[in-house]
Design a protein around this ligand. Structure first.
Ligand code: ANZ
Ligand code: ZN
Length: 801
């Protein structure tokens, strides 16, 4: 028989599929939208880690084709942003030129996967026909009051020389380059994502997403329920408003702390504390946000002023410390050292009294060595004494509100989205600044507002983008009053295009609308989204926000973009994440040449559970290559034997369908591959035993394998005499009755020791089983039988004396 030759058959089938696509929209099939997170076309190309997600999504898409769907499976390019721009600065190559080169190279590499992408849908975020709509959405948001300008201290990366959103600051460092982030006061465009906080939180319930990602989003939104309480300042008409999630602990509040940036921080400093306070404020203003976060040892300064605890009228000292954040809650807190860790550390350091108000079983601990953060019984709390603290937590906010001491409130950690970047390679923000009319949007019919050519891409570092230097572009006229005006020179963050690109694929050539209502209804939203988990709170939160907005203005009729989400793990080698800088990159190109695309596809799945990080081992390629050869030979050797199926063959076939389908449905793709290996061995054993295999079993195995090793499957399918593509088949169904083992093994024991096994019919009754068992050990029954025990389906134990 012809030996397996991957080069020949992969070339042949790729060309056949181009002539006659396997994914056809005949108008009658239901759609299934399976989307990959689109790549950033970087200069270094793809490594085997990138392949993993694309293989997973292609297997899933091909499986859905066999299940009778028309697949939307597009690909595109997220191509604005820093890497290309940095390359332009270094090499002097225009970003659009290097982007085009990188796209061409990666497209070639992606085609090596033989994934069934529909290139007719391709989008590129840097294409003016695309970013026209990115700008259009901004204008719509501006008109809806969701885009606004604000001057404030924002996260600033001194190395990238640009402002950053909170989401882009990871452990105090720039998400891109890893430099510690500082603060800079800048006038910024902001998007009011906070207006959507509740919907972004509540609608997580609708989504079939990994719980981990949902939790990350809800933690990021960070909704908490609590109260705002006013503390009067002694000897003054000033009040300090605090936000607390624990108003039940009010009797235990023994001091207060203001953030250094709090508006009252300086004012409340009494004469003899003034210089100490000023010194502290200066010192903390010099600290980077990382230092403030990482400081283990609490620092602070006493203002000299006192506030009055509104419940017990006790005087509490007012301190200033940078462990209180200026932009959360009210920027001031009441401190309950007995029950809060940070407050406890602070009180210990500065010798402030600690009053316990919740105690286990109501028994006070006079020597607290750490904050007591569990529940218990209220003590030292006047009218609340004796209450269960859980009830107090629930009821006290209402009681305080009723007596006018506090007000029930909710708070969010989510902040509005800092949307300006002081960089060149991004969408220009379509706004004109006019002295008379203020900020005016570029008229919709004038979009796209093209990104002009510049000579220098260097970020200026002054807080202005390089666009500010192009005077003929900056100077324009006001769209409203026609007087001279200036263009906004900041650009959008890289997330702008990726927040909505998935909507554009299905109508990527539409000149008049972002997406037509008809196409949106037919093909959207995304049914399955596949990509890395690193986007959990950035891209995935922004996309949900954009989709909800576009829903609200009537562009689409759904308000969640991605129904199901799958996050694949990363591939590492030699214990490190695969990356060019670590020098441990494995290129798919050589592996495809030497082993073929089908082997690489299979190994990408076999390397480990797809949701976990896995280690690459080149030797694994030999294993899957051997499997493919064995399967190839099995089919080629038996394709003409025309055996009639035995009962055993039927049983193996149905079990195989069942096992493979169940593992595939649960995304246990590595065990699908090992399952194929096991069944292949079973089939080879059957051939040895029966001298051949029936055609239906061979065909079934080929169809099951088709999503995984499509070229091999097509070739073997045609070798069996079929003229149509294997993808015109239906995914096989199993019949549970035919899967049943009708013979089962029963262990036969004498006095608890196994002597032999007997085969009995699966639905044989107790008496028959016991008599067969006794027969099988007749020669060993050398005594009186005193008991016969039957464990159904498993054991017969005969007790003799
Ligand atoms: C008194 C108290 C007693 C508190 C207690 C906690 C435990 P979340 O859940 O994160 O919303 N807080 C409020 N504003 C703050 C700020 N700007 N910077 C730092 N901490 C701040 O946390 C709310 C709790 O964090 C609030 O409840 C407040 O301390 C503190 F046993 O008030 B609590
Ligand atoms: Zn004007």
């Amino acid at each position: 028989a012809t030996p397996y030759n991957h080069r020949e058959i992969e070339k042949k089938w790729r060309s056949n599929w181009t002539k006659k696509p396997v994914n056809v929209n005949d108008g009658s099939k239901p759609k299934y939208y399976c989307l990959d997170m689109f790549p950033y076309p970087s200069g270094s190309g793809l490594h085997v880690g990138h392949w993993r997600g694309y293989v997973i999504s292609d297997v899933w898409s091909r499986y859905k084709i066999l299940k009778g769907y028309y697949i939307i499976h597009p690909m595109g390019w997220d191509a604005f942003g820093l890497p290309v721009e940095n390359y332009a600065i270094k090499m002097g190559v225009h970003p659009s030129k290097s982007t085009a080169e990188n796209v061409a190279n990666i497209k070639r590499q992606i085609n090596e996967i033989s994934a069934i992408y529909d290139w007719g849908m391709e989008v590129n975020t840097t294409d003016p026909e695309f970013y026209k709509w990115t700008q259009w959405i901004f204008v719509k948001m501006f008109k809806a009051g969701l885009a606004y300008e604000k001057e404030m201290p924002i996260n600033w990366c001194p190395s990238c020389k640009t402002g950053l959103a909170n989401e882009e600051v990871v452990n105090g460092c720039c998400e891109r380059c890893g430099e510690p982030v500082t603060k800079k006061n800048l006038k910024q465009w902001m998007l009011k994502i906070t207006q959507y906080a509740d919907r972004l939180l509540d609608d997580l319930d609708k989504l079939d997403w990994p719980e981990k990602v949902k939790k990350m989003q809800s933690d990021w939104i960070g909704k908490s329920y609590g109260a705002e309480i006013d503390f009067a300042v002694k000897g003054s008409d000033k009040k300090v408003k605090v936000y607390t999630t624990r108003p039940d602990t009010l009797y235990g509040a023994t001091f207060m702390v203001l953030a250094p940036e709090h508006s009252l921080a300086k004012e409340l400093a009494v004469e003899e504390q003034k210089s100490a306070v000023e010194e502290y404020l200066f010192k903390s203003s010099m600290k980077s946000s990382v230092d403030r976060l990482q400081d283990k040892e609490k620092t602070g300064v006493f203002t000299g002023s006192y506030a009055i605890n509104p419940l017990n009228k006790q005087l509490v000292p007012i301190w200033i410390s940078d462990y209180v954040l200026a932009d959360y809650g009210t920027g001031a807190i009441m401190c309950v050292p007995a029950h809060d860790d940070r407050d406890f550390d602070f009180a210990k350091k500065f010798n402030i009294p600690i009053i316990q108000v919740i105690a286990k079983d109501g028994i006070e601990n006079p020597n607290l060595t750490e904050a007591y953060t569990e529940s218990g019984i209220m003590i030292n709390s006047g009218e609340f004494n004796g209450m269960n603290s859980t009830d107090a937590k629930r009821d006290v906010p209402g009681l305080l509100e009723a007596s006018g001491i506090g007000k029930k409130t909710t708070n969010y950690k989510l902040r509005d989205w800092v949307f300006s970047r002081q960089r060149y390679w991004g969408e220009p923000i379509p706004i004109v600044h006019c002295e008379h009319c203020g900020a005016v949007p570029v008229p919709e019919e004038e979009l796209p507002l093209l990104l002009p050519e510049v000579e220098r891409y260097q970020p200026t570092g002054t807080g202005e983008s390089p666009l500010a230097d192009i005077h003929e572009w900056v100077n324009t006229t006001c769209p409203v009053c026609g007087k001279p005006a200036k263009r906004e020179t900041n650009t959008m963050p890289q997330w702008a295009g990726s927040s909505w690109y998935f909507l554009r694929y299905v109508d990527s050539k539409n000149k008049n609308e972002l997406v037509s209502r008809e196409k949106a209804e037919k093909y959207l939203p995304v049914d399955m989204y596949i990509g890395g988990v690193e986007h959990a709170v950035l891209h995935l939160l922004y996309s949900r926000f954009y989709t909800k907005f576009l829903h609200d203005i009537g562009v689409v009729d759904f308000d969640e973009p991605f129904i199901r989400l799958f996050n694949q793990g990363m591939i590492g080698k030699n214990g490190a994440k695969m990356s060019k800088s670590k020098g441990n990159v494995v290129s798919p190109d050589d592996l495809v040449r030497d082993y073929g695309c089908d082997s690489l596809r299979l190994y990408e799945l076999f390397v480990g559970p797809p949701e976990l990080d896995s280690e690459w081992d080149d030797r694994g390629m030999d294993g899957v290559y051997r499997f493919i050869n064995r399967f190839w030979n099995l089919v080629m050797d038996n394709k003409d034997t025309n055996r009639k199926a035995t009962e055993e063959m039927v049983k193996v076939r149905h079990k195989m369908i069942y096992d493979i389908t169940a593992r595939l449905e649960t995304f246990s793709l590595n065990t699908v591959v090992s399952g194929f290996m096991e069944y292949n061995n079973k089939l080879i054993d059957l051939v040895k035993k029966e001298g051949g295999l029936d055609k239906e079993t061979l065909e079934t195995a080929i169809v099951l394998l088709a999503p995984f090793i499509p070229h091999v499957a097509e070739e073997l399918w045609s070798q069996l005499g079929h003229r149509e593509s294997v993808f015109a088949e239906k995914w096989p169904e199993y019949d549970e009755d035919k899967m049943k083992d009708n013979e089962i093994e029963i262990a036969v024991q004498i006095n608890g020791k196994t002597k032999t096994v007997v085969m009995v019919g699966a639905d044989e009754g107790k008496d028959t089983v016991i008599s067969k068992a006794k027969e099988s050990v007749a020669d060993k029954l050398t005594g009186n039988i005193i008991k016969e025990i039957y464990v159904p389906g498993k054991i017969v134990n005969i007790v003799i004396k």
